[in-house]
Design a protein around this ligand. Structure first.
Ligand code: DAH
Length: 339
């Protein structure tokens, strides 16, 4: 037993002498000096040592362990002295002061903000300015001027977040659509032409599930000028679809009804995002109803226009294969980091 002590000690000393960095040193410490390490383990041999040799064995084992421990401490301070930064050792790379600095990454833009930026840019290329309007609205801008009569189901208190008595003299509510901004921009523009988009939040009471949320975002478009036709609308939406979903995108307008447009249509986009072509409904559009022009004091005989309103979550979810709208608002960084 006694003659096994020295070889083990020498092996441990050689190992410690040979390490080049703190991590290797830690590995050596665990191997030899850890609670289950070889040098520590030597002490257990004593039970098999003949009685008259136990004393010598104990002393020799203690000395060996101390020698290894001292070598470890010495190596540890040598490595610490040579290192210029945590993780760097005398043998490892020292600080390279010629290396360009990297800017710290503090965060990133939310996928909805990124989509809004993209929409603003795509429509700016077609000459559309960007406007925003208030989220707290009155019933003139959310309903009346948009030709939505008092009896229309869209005004139902159960389908809106009213902030005051819905049947009182001047109700306010969280806007249910960005079409409100059409009215605001026309009110502020004495004389067309107008070519704007508007983006922002809208609110509707809804149970939350994979495709419904009580707050979401819309992009609204409005073009008013002389002799605007359905062809202008279709061309604009087609160019938009190609910019957003690729050169192979196609669009289709399916007849529909909205109080503020006549005729009205639902906008379908055909896109291929890797799983074969599919059609998806992304919003509504149409030619501005003459009644809307009358509400803002424009002569409906002189002016024509088109309008559209699209769901931004739908666009973003489809484009980025996001399966659940709730993920967009949970702010789980593991999800946000994907974009
Ligand atoms: N405001 C409509 C909605 O929220 C969408 C819409 C449809 C907007 C047709 C328009 C339009 O400007 O012309 O469902």
């Amino acid at each position: 037993m006694l003659d096994q002590i020295d070889p083990l000690r020498d092996e441990a000393l050689a190992a410690i002498a040979g390490v080049a960095d703190a991590e290797a040193l830690e590995q050596a410490r665990i191997k030899y000096l850890g609670s289950k390490g070889a040098v520590k383990g030597m002490m257990a041999w004593i039970k098999d040592v003949p009685k008259d040799q136990k004393r010598d064995f104990g002393q020799a084992a203690n000395a060996a362990q101390k020698a290894v421990q001292d070598a470890f401490e010495a190596k540890k301070s040598a490595l610490a002295e040579g290192a210029s930064a945590p993780g760097q050792t005398a043998k490892g790379p020292l600080l390279d002061i010629t290396e360009p600095a990297t800017a710290p990454v503090l965060g990133r833009r939310h996928i909805i903000s990124q989509t809004i930026d993209e929409l603003i840019e795509v429509f700016a290329r077609m000459g559309f300015d960007h406007h925003e309007g208030p989220e707290v609205e009155d019933d003139r801008h959310n309903f009346i001027a948009l030709n939505i009569p008092e009896t229309h189901p869209a005004r139902d208190p159960l389908d809106n977040f009213y902030l005051s008595d819905p049947f009182g003299p001047s109700p306010t509510l969280l806007r249910s659509q960005t079409s409100t901004v059409q009215i605001r921009v026309m009110e502020q523009t004495p004389e067309p032409p107008i070519r704007i988009i508007s983006t922002g939040r809208v609110y509707r009471p809804d149970e939350h599930d994979a495709t419904h949320y009580s707050m979401f975002h819309q992009v609204e478009g409005l073009y008013v000028d002389k002799k605007v036709s359905m062809v202008d609308l279709k061309t604009t939406l087609y160019q938009f679809a190609r910019a957003m979903f690729g050169q192979d995108a196609e669009i289709d307008l399916v007849p529909s009804y909205f109080p503020f447009t006549e005729p009205s249509a639902e906008l379908y986009v055909k896109m291929d995002l890797g799983k074969g072509p599919e059609w998806m409904e992304i919003g509504g559009c149409g030619m501005v109803d003459p009644a809307v022009f009358e509400h803002v004091g424009y002569d409906p005989e002189a002016w024509t226009g088109f309008a559209f309103g699209l769901g931004i979550e739908r666009l973003a979810m489809r484009k980025h294969a996001i399966k659940d709208i709730r993920w967009l608002f949970e702010n789980d960084v593991r999800f946000l980091r994907r974009f």
